[in-house]
Design a binder for this molecule. Structure first.
Ligand SMILES: [Zn+2]
Length: 81
């Protein structure tokens, strides 16, 4: 992982720590621990444009019904074949 990637991740974690309500919007894949926000995140969320902070620190992440990101979901599906 690159230096800037590390920085962005820790900045994102700090953002989540300071805004517990954002945690609900951010998903973490249980397999690869990648974090991303729900694709249905509204443009404006609460006060102070908090949703924009999420967009700055995280990528949108689709998950399957078990909460795995689509990358891990596909890998799991392949392993189970
Ligand atoms: Zn994953």
């Amino acid at each position: 992982m690159s230096q800037s990637g590390e920085y962005r991740r820790s900045a994102g974690d700090r953002c989540l720590e300071s805004c517990p309500e954002l945690r609900k919007r951010v998903l973490e894949c249980p397999a690869c621990h990648r974090k991303g926000y729900r694709p249905d995140l509204p443009v404006r969320l609460g006060e102070n444009f908090k949703a924009q902070n999420i967009r700055q620190y995280f990528q949108p992440m689709e998950t399957d019904e078990l909460g795995f990101c689509m990358t891990c979901s596909r890998l799991r599906a392949r392993k189970h074949l």
